[in-house]
Design a protein around this ligand. Structure first.
Ligand code: NAD
Length: 565
C-alpha cells in the first residue's frame, strides 16, 4: 500500500509480501505479483497496476499511465484497461462470491469490516500520500478522506449486529409477520476522481455488510488509490470474489453496464457527473432496478444581511476554493444581500488573494493543488472564454498558472509542471447566465446580488441541481425559512457547503441525485431489499386481503372470537 512514502516503502513492501504469502496458502494467488518498482526519487515508487478478480491480482492488458497532476514528470503507475474477458471473469467471480458471502452471518461480516477499519487506520498516512500524489488534493484533505473510510468501516462493523428486520402485528389471529433485509446480489460501483477513497468506502462497506458482492470500477484518474484500497480489502480477509476491482475508462463502465440488462448485476451505485448518471439511470430503469446516483452540484451559499462576515468569508473561501473547487459540494454561487454585497465582496477578494497554490506533497502550506486531470483543465480554461461571452464580469482569475501568466502566491519553481489554475471570481451573474447554472468543477465562483432573503432563496433554487447549500445568518426565523424552502439534500447554517459525516445521509435532489443516500443507516436501503414473511399457525386456513368480518358478524364490538373463554 505504501506506494508513495519512500521512508516506509520497504517496510510496506514487507507487509505486502506477507499479505501475498498468506493468500498463497489459501491457493488464491498463484505466483507473487510485484506491485512496485523504482519510481520518482521525489515521490516514491511506481505502481504496477493489477485488476483484482476472484482473489487474484491479474496484470491485464492495454496499460494506461496515471500521472501526478502536480508534477506530470512523476509516473504514479500503469494500469490495465479491462477487456471483455476481464469483465466476464469479474462478473462470474462476483456471482460466486455473492453465494458464499451472503451465507456468512451478518455479525461475522461486520467483524471483517472491523478488521478493514484497523488496516486502513494503520495505513492512513501512506494512503493519504497516494491520494495526494494521484489527484493533487492537500495532505490534510487526503487524511480526512481516509478518516472518512475508517469512520464508515467502524460504523458498519457494529451494524452487522443490528441489521434489524421487524416483527409486525397481523390482522389475523395465530399469525406472525416479519420483515428481513436481504442482500441484492452483485453490486457494480462506478466512482469519480475527486474522492477516490472515501466515496468508494461509502458504497462498498455497507454493500458488503449487507451480504452483497462488489465489482468496483474506479475513476481512470485514481487507479493507484483504488489498488491501495484493494490491498486493504484483501488483507482484511474477504473471501475470493466478494470484492473485485477492474480498471478502465468509460468504455469499461459501459461494457459493465450491459450486464444489468442480462440481470447478472443487480445494483449499480454511481458517483460522478449528471450526464453519465442519466445514462446509468436509463440502463437501470430498463431493467427495473433502482441505481444509487450521486451526481453533480452548483451549490448556493447565501450571505444574509446580518451574516457574521468574520466567519462567513473564510467559510466561503473554503467552500469555493478548497480542493481547487473540485468537490461535488463546492460552492458555485454566492448569493449576497445587497446591503452587505460590497463589504463581503471586498473582504472575499482580499482573502482569496492570499490563497497559496502549490504541489501539496512538496509544499505543506499549499491551500489547494492542481486540477486532477487535463480534461478538467481544458474545461476550466474554456469556461473563462464562454463566461465572458455569457456576460459575466471577471473580477479575479487568469486561468492556468504559467511563467507568462504567473500567480504571486504560487509556491514552487515551475507551475507548468502541473495543472495549476488561479482562484477565479465572477460578478454580474444572475440565474439566467450559464455561469450560474453549469458546474465547472474548478476554483471558480460567482457573486450574485439579491435584494431580499426571499429573492436569495428563489435564486438558491433557480438551478437544475440540489446537492448542498448553506446560509450565513444570525436570525432564527431566516434559518427556519431557509431550511423549509431550500431544494437540496444537504444544508449548512453558518458553515461551508462542503463537508460530510460518516453517519449522516449524503445525497441530493433534482439533477444531483435520484433520492438514494450514502452513509449512516439510510444507505442500507440502497443495498438491501425488504422481504416480508408471514407464518400462519392457525389450524384452519385463514386468508388476508379478504373482507374479513372482524366482529364475527355478531357486532362490530364483539371480540369474543379473540378472547379466550
Ligand atoms: P464522470 O462522470 O466523468 O466519471 C465518473 C465515473 O464514471 C468514472 O469512473 C468514469 O470512468 C465512469 N464513466 C464515464 N462515462 C461512463 C459511461 N458512459 N458509462 C459508465 N461509466 C462511465 O465524473 P468525474 O469527472 O470522475 O467526477 C466529477 C463529477 O462527479 C462532478 O460532476 C462531481 O460533482 C461529481 N461528484 C458527485 C459526488 C456526489 O456524491 N454527489 C461526489 C463526487 C463527485
Amino acid at each position: 500500500m505504501a506506494m508513495v512514502n519512500r521512508k516506509t516503502a520497504s517496510k510496506k513492501a514487507h507487509v505486502k509480501k506477507k499479505m501475498v504469502k498468506s493468500s498463497d496458502k489459501k491457493g488464491s494467488n498463484k505466483g507473487v505479483p510485484t506491485f512496485l518498482k523504482a519510481g520518482n526519487s521525489l515521490y516514491g515508487p511506481e505502481v504496477i497496476g493489477h485488476h483484482w478478480i476472484n482473489g487474484k491480482f491479474l496484470r491485464g492488458a492495454n496499460h494506461v499511465a496515471s500521472v501526478n497532476p502536480a508534477d506530470l514528470s512523476d509516473l504514479v503507475g500503469r494500469f490495465p484497461n479491462a477487456g471483455g474477458k476481464d469483465i466476464e471473469a469479474a462478473v462470474a467471480a462476483a456471482e460466486k462470491g455473492f453465494k458464499n458471502w451472503k451465507a456468512v452471518p451478518a455479525p461475522v461480516r461486520g467483524t471483517v469490516i472491523g478488521r478493514l477499519a484497523k488496516i486502513i487506520e494503520r495505513e492512513k498516512e501512506s494512503l493519504a500520500r497516494i491520494i495526494t500524489r494521484e489527484i493533487g488534493k492537500t495532505l490534510k484533505e487526503a487524511r480526512g478522506e481516509v478518516q472518512e473510510a475508517i469512520d464508515t468501516a467502524e460504523f458498519f462493523q457494529s451494524e452487522g449486529r443490528r441489521l434489524y428486520g421487524q416483527t409486525v402485528p397481523s390482522e389475523l389471529p395465530n399469525k406472525e409477520l416479519f420483515t428481513y433485509r436481504r442482500p441484492l446480489g452483485v453490486c457494480l460501483m462506478i466512482t469519480a476522481s475527486n474522492f477516490p477513497f472515501a466515496v468508494p468506502s461509502w458504497k462498498m462497506i455497507p454493500a458488503l455488510l449487507a451480504g452483497n458482492s462488489v465489482i468496483w470500477k474506479p475513476s481512470e484518474d485514481a487507479p493507484a488509490t483504488a489498488m491501495s484500497f484493494a490491498l486493504c480489502f484483501r488483507e482484511a480477509g474477504f473471501p475470493d470474489g466478494v470484492v473485485n476491482l477492474l480498471f478502465g475508462d468509460r468504455a469499461v463502465g459501459e461494457k459493465l453496464l450491459t450486464y444489468v440488462d442480462k440481470n447478472r448485476i443487480q445494483k449499480v451505485s454511481f458517483t460522478g457527473s449528471t450526464a453519465v448518471g442519466r445514462k446509468i439511470g436509463e440502463v437501470c430503469g430498463r431493467a427495473i432496478q433502482v441505481p444509487s446516483l450521486e451526481l453533480g452540484g452548483k451549490n448556493p451559499l447565501i450571505i444574509h444581511k446580518d451574516a457574521n462576515l468574520e466567519k462567513a468569508v473564510p467559510a466561503a473561501i473554503v467552500s469555493c476554493y478548497g480542493t481547487a473547487g473540485q468537490r461535488c459540494t463546492s460552492t458555485g454561487n454566492i448569493i449576497i444581500h445587497k446591503e452587505v454585497y460590497e463589504e463581503f465582496k471586498s473582504r472575499f477578494i482580499a482573502a482569496a488573494k492570499n490563497i497559496r497554490i502549490g504541489n501539496p506533497l512538496l509544499v505543506p502550506e499549499t491551500f489547494y493543488g492542481p486540477l486532477i486531470a487535463e480534461r478538467y483543465l481544458k474545461n476550466f480554461i474554456a469556461h473563462l472564454e464562454w463566461g465572458k461571452k455569457d456576460g459575466g464580469k471577471l473580477l479575479m482569475g487568469t486561468g492556468r498558472i504559467t511563467k507568462f501568466t504567473p500567480y504571486g502566491n504560487f509556491l514552487g519553481k515551475n507551475p507548468e509542471a502541473g495543472y495549476f489554475v488561479t482562484p477565479t471570481l465572477w460578478e454580474n451573474v444572475t440565474p439566467k447566465n450559464r455561469l450560474f447554472q453549469e458546474e465547472v468543477f474548478g476554483p471558480t465562483v460567482n457573486l450574485v446580488k439579491a435584494s431580499s432573503f426571499d429573492q436569495a432563496l428563489e435564486y438558491a433554487n433557480a438551478h437544475a441541481y440540489g446537492l448542498s447549500s448553506a446560509i450565513f445568518t444570525e436570525d432564527p426565523h431566516i434559518m427556519l425559512k431557509f431550511k423549509e424552502g431550500i431544494q437540496a439534500g444537504m444544508s449548512s447554517i453558518n458553515n461551508s457547503t462542503t463537508g460530510a459525516e460518516a453517519h449522516l445521509p449524503f445525497g441530493g435532489v433534482k439533477a444531483s441525485g435520484n433520492g438514494t443516500r450514502e452513509s449512516g443507516v439510510w444507505v442500507l436501503d440502497s443495498y438491501t431489499r425488504w422481504h416480508a414473511v408471514n407464518v400462519d399457525l392457525a389450524s384452519q386456513l385463514q386468508l388476508a386481503q379478504m373482507d374479513v368480518d372482524y366482529g364475527s358478524a355478531k357486532s362490530p364490538t364483539d371480540f369474543s372470537e379473540w378472547v379466550k373463554k
